[in-house]
Design a protein around this ligand. Structure first.
Ligand SMILES: Cc1cc2nc3c(=O)[nH]c(=O)nc-3n(C[C@H](O)[C@H](O)[C@H](O)COP(=O)(O)OP(=O)(O)OC[C@H]3O[C@@H](n4cnc5c(N)ncnc54)[C@H](O)[C@@H]3O)c2cc1C
Length: 451
């Protein structure tokens, strides 16, 4: 083959090919038989083949696709970053062991949360009400905690949501002054006792634990089941029916020093194992009138507390789904099968996109919910819709995450198995899926379908 073009570049290339022993006549013959499209296609293929192949670098794993982080102040962002560091470096390494042993890693969580001062951004310095965007902050902090571990988020929510909120909504000024600063600083740990062995969903109509006033004291009798933190809490808010007027009232039980209070840890759970749930027995448990929540007069007040904390559970689902997605993205981009990362297969990408879509929808839904809560406009039905929807979608996400990890998805060491199990509790507590659906259903139809 001869150099007909005569340009120096082409003649150099021809010479190089000849030196490498390429049969140029054969090459020209092959090209002569091709149509124009095939020739053009071959140029691209040859150019790609000539390029040195770069090693695959997986993109960072980030479940905050719509930059929710961009909506908070720099100071708040720093708080979130500190919390993330704490969760990843202090909690993650120990949580599976605690999960297996049915125990809450209090020795890590209490000093850690105290040092991070997590509750001031929610309740402020004066502890009279929430900070202007305290609910958004509470949601984001909950999400960040649940991103690593839902049991820890539950420990956080029972203390800072259910117990502290009961005091804020129903406590007298003296009661708030006695307990809230110590609770904000994690010096005193709270629990919330409403559910009973025989009454769960129907608790608004069926509290069986009784309270009888005798002089300046009350005697409480009955049982409470599933009570988070109950095995170690300093104060447990117990809801009981006043025998005199049949109304539900709240009592601060100083659990560590009251002989009428006993608790047995519930064993054998397959979800939220690092939450210590207790079966409480109250046997003529004496409570002074000064420890009755002075502004709790009926179940309506309990319902107000539950409404305010329901958003927190929705945010737990967001965090859990976010953690499951991020771990799946990392796993898919590093796990190889058939000579390629599994992330290179379309079916795997479809799963990741499905998960990320859910995570993002849940984040944005909960963000709006918490904004409404901060404005004092959130309704029961809005909180319930968020709880129903986030729990159900979280279930989708953790199922896909478990599946995407193959056999490794059922090993605790890869964490998604824990998310998978823990989601079952999110689905059932703080109002089951059905009960929250019924609350929304009543709102949108004007027809109550509970009974
Ligand atoms: C891990 C965990 C932690 C918890 N922590 C606490 C805590 O700290 N404090 C506390 O007080 N409680 C706590 N709970 C209790 C929780 O709030 C209850 O489990 C929940 O309210 C459901 O009650 P139940 O389990 O008795 O179910 P049930 O009420 O017996 O419900 C069984 C099933 O029947 C359905 N159902 C009931 N009524 C209806 C209806 N009218 N229409 C259609 N379906 C219906 C339910 O949706 C559910 O599917 C916790 C529970 C769990 C699992």
């Amino acid at each position: 083959m001869s150099d007909t073009n005569g340009t120096p570049a082409l003649s150099d290339a021809v010479q190089q090919l000849q030196e490498r022993g390429v049969d140029l006549d054969r090459l020209a013959e092959a090209y002569a038989g091709m149509d124009e499209a095939a020739v053009a296609k071959s140029y691209g293929a040859l150019a790609r083949a000539g390029r040195p192949s770069r090693p695959y670098e997986p993109p960072p794993s980030d479940g905050d696709f719509f930059d929710i982080d961009g909506l908070i102040t720099e100071e708040q962002r720093q708080k979130m970053a500190e919390l993330r560091r704490f969760m990843e470096t202090e909690v993650e390494p120990v949580i599976n062991d605690h999960w297996l042993r049915d125990s809450t890693p209090r020795e890590v969580l209490i000093p850690g949360f105290r040092k991070l001062d997590l509750l001031t951004p929610i309740y402020g310095e004066d502890l009279t009400s929430r900070e202007p965007n305290g609910s958004v902050m509470e949601g984001l902090l909950t999400m960040e905690i649940a991103r690593v571990d839902v049991s820890t988020a539950t420990f956080f929510g029972v203390h800072s949501g259910l117990a502290m909120q009961s005091l804020l909504v129903c406590g007298s000024e003296e009661q708030k002054a006695e307990w809230l600063p110590a609770m904000r600083n994690w010096d005193k740990i709270g629990a919330f006792g409403l559910t009973e062995p025989n009454v769960g969903s129907a608790i608004s109509r069926g509290v069986q634990t009784t309270a009888r006033r005798e002089g300046d004291e009350w005697g409480l009798n009955g049982q409470k089941k599933w009570i988070g933190n109950a095995t170690f809490a300093d104060l447990v808010v117990i809801w009981a029916r006043d025998e005199a007027d049949d109304q539900v009232k709240g009592f601060i039980v100083r659990a560590q020093e009251n002989p009428g209070y006993s608790v047995e840890k519930i064993r054998g759970k397959v979800a939220l194992r690092a939450v210590e749930n207790g079966l409480i027995t109250l046997t003529d448990c004496r409570v002074p009138e000064s420890d009755r929540l002075q502004n709790a007069n009926s179940f309506r007040d309990v319902a107000e507390v539950l409404k305010l904390t329901r958003a927190g559970v929705a945010w737990q689902a967001v965090g859990c789904a976010m953690g499951a997605y991020e771990r799946s993205q990392r796993y898919a981009t590093t796990r190889g099968q058939f000579g390629k990362p599994i992330a290179s297969y379309q079916l795997i990408q479809d799963k990741l996109v499905h998960m990320l879509g859910n995570v993002t929808a849940l984040q944005t839904m909960c963000l709006r919910l918490s904004q409404l809560q901060d404005e004092g406009r959130m309704t029961d039905a809005q909180a319930s819709l968020a709880k129903v929807y986030t729990a159900a979608r979280c279930r989708d996400v953790v199922t896909l995450a478990r599946d995407l990890h193959g056999g490794n998805g059922i090993l605790l060491e890869n964490h998604v198995a824990r998310y998978f199990c823990d989601t079952e509790a999110i689905y059932s507590y703080e109002g089951t899926n059905e009960i929250n659906s019924l609350i929304v259903g009543r709102e949108v139809t004007g027809l109550g379908a509970f009974v």
